[in-house]
Write a protein that binds this ligand. Structure first.
Ligand SMILES: [Zn+2]
Ligand SMILES: [Zn+2]
Length: 151
């Protein structure tokens, strides 16, 4: 954890930003809840537990800055809520998401899986792919099993 905060601190410094205590509190929450896909309000409530004096606007600005610097990715699973997701360390592409339409669970796929698709796009469209976002909507394992049991 310390080592990852340190890396983010360096990423900020490289762009002449400081890791202020407020920013550090926000980054800590993102690291602690890495598996989750939290909204700004949810992050704010967790940050407040560490730094009660912090305001929602500050947390918002920090999240915007972190997304500008590509430390976090802003995502939307189609429910109109922006969520913030820490980029995996050293990842060249943004991980994919499996969103269950029944229970709302979100799973992550870290493997790229899209090398072939990227090649086709680069060759046929002459478009240089830098990143992509992929969200699959469907039924998770648990929900499929629950359906089998009740039917
Ligand atoms: Zn994610
Ligand atoms: Zn489910």
């Amino acid at each position: 954890m310390e080592h990852r905060i340190d890396r983010i601190k360096k990423q900020l410094h490289a762009q002449s930003y400081k890791l202020t205590p407020q920013r550090a509190a926000t980054v800590k929450v993102l690291l602690e809840r890495e598996e989750d896909h939290l909204s700004a309000e949810e992050i704010y409530l967790l940050v407040k537990e560490k730094a009660p004096e912090i305001g929602l606007a500050t947390v918002y600005r920090t999240l915007e800055l972190l997304s500008e610097l590509k430390i976090v990715d802003k995502i939307n699973f189609g429910d109109g809520v922006s969520r913030y997701d820490l980029r995996k360390e050293g990842a060249e592409h943004f991980h994919h998401h499996l969103v269950c339409i029944e229970c709302g669970s979100v799973e992550e796929i870290v493997e790229d899986l899209l090398e072939d698709v990227e090649k086709i796009i680069e060759n046929d469209w002459g478009f240089q792919v830098k990143d992509h976002r992929l969200t699959f909507h469907g039924l998770c394992k648990q929900c499929q099993e629950a359906k089998v049991k009740t039917s």
